[in-house]
Design a protein around this ligand. Sequence first.
Ligand code: ADP
Ligand code: ZN
Length: 747
Amino acid sequence: MLELLKTHFGYDAFLPMQEEVIGAVMAGQDCFVLMPTGGGKSLCYQLPAMALPGLTLVVSPLIALMKDQVDALEANGLPAAFINSTQTPDELRRVVRRIRSGEIKLLYVAPERVIEPMFADFLQTLDVSLVAIDEAHCVSEWGHEFRPAYRELANLRRVCPASPVIALTATATERVRADILSQLGLRQPGTYISSFNRPNLTYSVIPKENDLSGLLSVLGRHRGESAIIYCGSRKATEDMAQALSERGFVAEAYHAGLEAEDRRKIQDRFIRDQTPIVAATIAFGMGINKPDVRLVVHHDLPKSIESYYQETGRAGRDGLPSECVLYFSYGGKSRQEFFINQIEDDAERERARERLDQVISLCSLSSCRRKFVLEYLGEAWADQDCAGCDNCLQPREKYDATEIVQKVLSAVIRTGERFGAAHVIGVLRGSRGERILKQGHDQLSVYGIAASHSQNELRDLVEDLKREGFVSVGEGEYPTLAVTPRGREFLKNRETLMLSRRVAREERADTKGRRIRGDDGAYDAGLYNELAALRRAIADQRGIPAFMIFGNRTLQDMARKMPRTPAEFSRVSGVGRAKLEDLGEPFLDCINSYAKEHGMPETGSGDSRKSGNDRRAAEPSARADGHSYHETGRIISGGVSLEEAAATRGLSPQTILGHIERLVESGIPVEWAHLLPHLQRRAAIETVLEILSDNPLRPVFEELGGEYSYDEIRLVRLARRYPPQQGSRSSEEGERPDPRSMMGRRG
Ligand code: ADP
Ligand code: ZN
C-alpha cells in the first residue's frame, strides 16, 4: 500500500489512522470513519479504489464539488468520473462507456441518483468493489445538512451485497454518530475515531471594537491569503465587504439572498484566489473545499459551539498554520438574546439560550479555549497548555482587584440597583450620556471614579463579579444589577479580592514561530515564491485552482529539498507518478534557474539545509517572504520591460509577471502601466475578455487566434481587475509604505 501511496498520491507515509482504515477496507470490512476536516479521509477510499479490482462508488452530496474532486484525482492520474444532472446526454453516454470498459476506478454520484431504481439496475451490471459514503452525517436529522436521500442508502446493501461500505464524516456530535450507524445499516463496522483537535489552528477571542482597526490589522497579517469573515446578517456581510474594499482589500459579500449564479461566481473567485476575502453568512460553508484558507473570523457570535468548531474548521485543511479569531461584545450577546426571546416554542427557546450561554462561556474563559471546545464535543483533553490559543499564549495574571471591585459595587448601590451594566459603567467612567444626566447620576460620589478603566475592562469585571456571586442580574424585562448579600459582606468586612486579567496586550514574539507537530523544518522562502508564481501561471492557463497543481505543503517541500533531477523531484512529498511526468519539467526549470541565480552548486544534495550558503531560510510557519516580489516591483517601477526585468533578476518573464500580479492584488504600489500592450492590441484583448470568462485563459488565447501572447492577455486582465494608476510615480515616491510590512510578514 505504501508503494501505491507514493505512486498515486506522492506521499511517503500515512496520516494517523489512515493505515488502519485502509487495512480494514481491503479486508472487506465495513468501516465508520470519524476524522476532523483535513484529517485525510478521502484517501481512506481513494487508495483502496486503486488497489481493488473493480469500481469504487462514492456517494457525495455536493454536485458542485464533484467536478473539482474528479479534476483533482485526474491531476494525479487516477481514472475517476462523476454522474450528475449537469451532464449532457452525450457526456453521460461517454462516462457510462468508460465505466463499462472498466477504465474508471472511482465514480462520484449524488445520493438522489444512487437510489433511483434505474441506477440500481445499472450498478448490478458492474463489478463494484467498494461503496464510500462521504459526508455521512447528511443521514441525520440532528445534523445541520440533512439529506433525505441518505436515508435510503441502506438499500445499496441489496444492490451490491458483496461490497464493503465505508462511511465518513467530520461531524463530532454523539447523536449524529449514533444515527449514522443505525441508518446506514453498516455490518459490524470497524469504527475509527481520531482526535478532533486541529493542531494547526490558533484560536483567539478579541473584544469587538467600534471601528475596524483591530480587524484590519488581523487582515494585514494575511495579505494575499484566503480569509472568511462570518457576519451575523446579510446586511452585515455587505457592509463589511464594502468597508474592506474602501480600505484597499479585495473582498466580496456572500449570503443566501444572492442569485445562485452570483453565489457560484463568488465561490469560484474565492477558490481561484481572485477574491481573497469573503464576508459571509453561514450559508458560505459546505461547498468550500479550499485547502489554504488561512484565516476565519467570526465578526458576530456563532450560534453554538458546534457551529463555531465547524466554521473555524474551514481554516487550514492543508495542515499549515491558520488563525481563527472571534470578536466578542456584550452588545452582540444582548442582540442574540433579543432574537432568542422571539422564539415561540418554549423548548426550542430554551435550547437556543443554552447554546448561547455555552458560546458566552467560551468567550469569557480564562483557561484553554481548545480544551473547552474539545471537551464540549465529548473529547477528553488533558493538556493544560495547548500553545495555540490566546489564553495559553498570553496567560492571564492575578491582580488585586479589591479597590476597583469596591468602586463597582458602590456604583451599583448608589444608583439604586435599578440599572444595567452599561449604565453603571457609564457612571463609573464619567459618561455624559443623556440618561445619566437626567437621573442626576453625575452628581453621585461614584461618578467618574473609574475613568481610567476601559469599557471592556469594566465589562469583564462585571462578568467576573457575577461569576464570583457578588452581583446578581434582575429577572425582569431589563437585566438590572443588584449587589448580593455576599457582595455586601465583602464591602462591610473590607475583604480583599484577587482576580485574573489578560497580561498587557503586546504580541509575544514566540507565538509566531510556533511549530506544528509534524513540521519538517526550514525551506527557502525566495524559491517558494518563484514556485508559487509558476503554479499560478500554470493553473490560470489550465483554468483550475492553484491548489490542484500542487498544495502549499508540496511547494514548501520542494523549496526545502530543492530537487535538481526528475529522480530527486519524485521524492518531494505530494509528487506522484502523474505529476512528475506532467509538471516535473517546468518546476525543475524554475528550481534550476533559481539555484543558478543564487550561485548554488549545479547538482542539489536533495536537502537544502545541508547545501545552503546565502540562503534566506524561513520558519515553516512564516509567510512566504515578500523580498523577491518587492525587488521585482522596484525594478518594474523603474520603467523597464518584462524581459529586461527578467534578465536582471535571472527569472523568466512569466515569473516576473506572476510577481506583479501578486503585488497588485495585495494592494502594493507598483508602476506597471507601461507594460500594457498598445491601445489597439489592448482593445482587441479586452473585447474577447468581455465575452469569455477571464479564467481559464486558454479559450481567450485561442479566440484571439494565437496572435496575442499569454503575457499580454494576463496584463490586460490584470488591468481590468485593478486599473493601474498612470503617471503617479513622482507623487507617491516619498510616502510609499514598506511593501515588506504590507506583505504581512510576521514578527
Ligand atoms: P478531509 O476529507 O478529511 O478533510 P482530505 O482528504 O481533504 O481531508 O485531506 C486533507 C489534506 O491532507 C489533503 O491536502 C491531502 O492531500 C492531504 N493528505 C492526505 N493523506 C495524506 C498523507 N498520507 N500524507 C500527506 N498528506 C496527506
Ligand atoms: Zn489553549
